[in-house]
Design a protein around this ligand. Structure first.
Ligand code: TXA
Ligand code: MG
Length: 349
């Protein structure tokens, strides 16, 4: 298949390109497109064949459900059973990087929800995503636009790397602003009439959710590894994720210990290092990649996935990085890094 790569910077001025992308989606094709979090691999969420194509293109197990992307929060009515908690969350965070799991209506096929009776709904704030969904007139089912297991794509060049020749069109709109996937919550009336469970942390933080909902539980899967026979609420949690080709090891210790441990490792191993800007002058510059200033978690989050992909190009035998703090947006960064590292943490002092 020939993949068209189309640069769109202004959806108003380039309304013909947006319409073309939307037509492909409506006709059952696949279009990768930007969102404020990461690029998505989009198809018509109401068409079972489109969802099947998405799973095939990604190499993703078909029991791992897709998020459906809508243009306005109230568009959820056609596809899911909403309630007052949904609208409280929508009021506070939509459009934006929040996904809410709701009971599904018949309009969404089981092929899209991986066989579940619930559906994940998200209303992205990215102007091009918004324009495409509006023009398509159907919700767009879209997982992150990466081959299953690889780091999510935060720039069109990585989408091209994974999907050239496997999808109809790739919309290139530069780098994604946030760089980590949306926060996912599930409304749970068993907890209370304002109870939600945080299933995947993202740019809408735990503290921000607590300002809107009385009871916010954090799913234990976010920080810990799943037990052998444990079934996660969110099927995606059981799969290997975000992994670079070489093993990633997270170092838990202060900055001084990080430098002295790695100075030694650099002498003996072909190791790549994801470090803070402040570390650069203190380490050998061989295979050194900076993910941003030490306290700047937003920059670190924006860069993480592209740095993991760059690591692959350097072909190291092992990759080291700081274990991040779990405060605020840090929890999302921590969650992605701990999974990319398959929970390998070394305590150094
Ligand atoms: O930021 C994002 O959310 C991006 C952009 C493209 O919107 N999308 C994204 O999709 O990250 P994906 O498929 O890579 O991750 C969706 C996660 C998966 O872990 C899946 O298991 C979970 O959402 N999920 C989807 N539907 C669900 C449902 N009905 N119940 C529980 N978990 C669900
Ligand atoms: Mg994904």
């Amino acid at each position: 298949m020939k993949t068209q790569v189309v640069k769109i910077t202004d959806p108003q001025k380039q309304s013909q390109d947006v319409k073309h992308a939307a037509d492909i989606i409506r006709d059952g094709g696949l279009v990768a497109f930007p969102t404020e979090t990461v690029y998505g691999l989009g198809g018509d969420a109401t068409n079972p064949l489109s969802s099947k194509k998405i799973y095939d293109a990604k190499g993703r197990p078909s029991d791992n459900p897709l998020i459906i992307h809508i243009a306005e929060p109230s568009d959820a009515e056609a596809y899911a059973y909403t309630n007052h908690v949904y609208y409280k969350l929508a009021e506070a965070f939509m459009p934006g990087p929040l996904t809410v799991i709701l009971p599904k209506k018949e309009t969404v096929p089981y092929e899209t929800t991986g066989g579940l009776d619930t559906v994940a709904v998200r209303c992205p704030s990215h102007p091009i995503a918004h324009a495409m969904i509006k023009a398509a007139g159907v919700p767009i089912a879209a997982p992150s636009a990466n081959i299953s297991g690889r780091p999510s794509a935060t720039s069109a060049k990585y989408v091209v790397e994974d999907f050239n020749g496997r999808v109809d069109m790739i919309v290139d709109s530069g780098d994604c602003e946030i760089g980590l996937e949306s926060t996912i919550v599930m409304i749970d009336e068993k907890i209370s009439d304002e109870g939600i469970v945080l299933l995947r942390p993202g740019a809408i933080t735990y503290d921000a959710l607590c300002c809107v909902c009385k009871d916010v539980l954090i799913s234990p899967n976010i920080e810990g590894a799943l037990g052998e026979n444990e079934r996660p609420i969110s099927p995606g949690m059981k799969y290997k994720h975000y992994a670079p080709a070489a093993p990633l090891v997270l170092l838990d210790g202060d900055d001084e210990s990080f430098i002295s441990y790695l100075s030694n490792e650099q002498k003996n191993k072909n190791c790549a290092i994801l470090c803070y800007d402040e570390d650069i002058s203190k380490l050998d510059d061989k295979l050194l990649l900076t993910i941003g200033p030490k306290g700047d978690v937003a920059t670190q989050s924006r860069r993480l996935f592209s740095r993991l992909r760059e690591c692959d190009e350097l072909k190291p035998d092992i990759i080291y990085a700081h274990l991040p703090d779990k405060n605020g947006l840090g929890l999302a960064l921590y969650n992605r890094m701990i999974r990319a590292a398959a929970h390998t943490v070394i305590k150094i002092e």
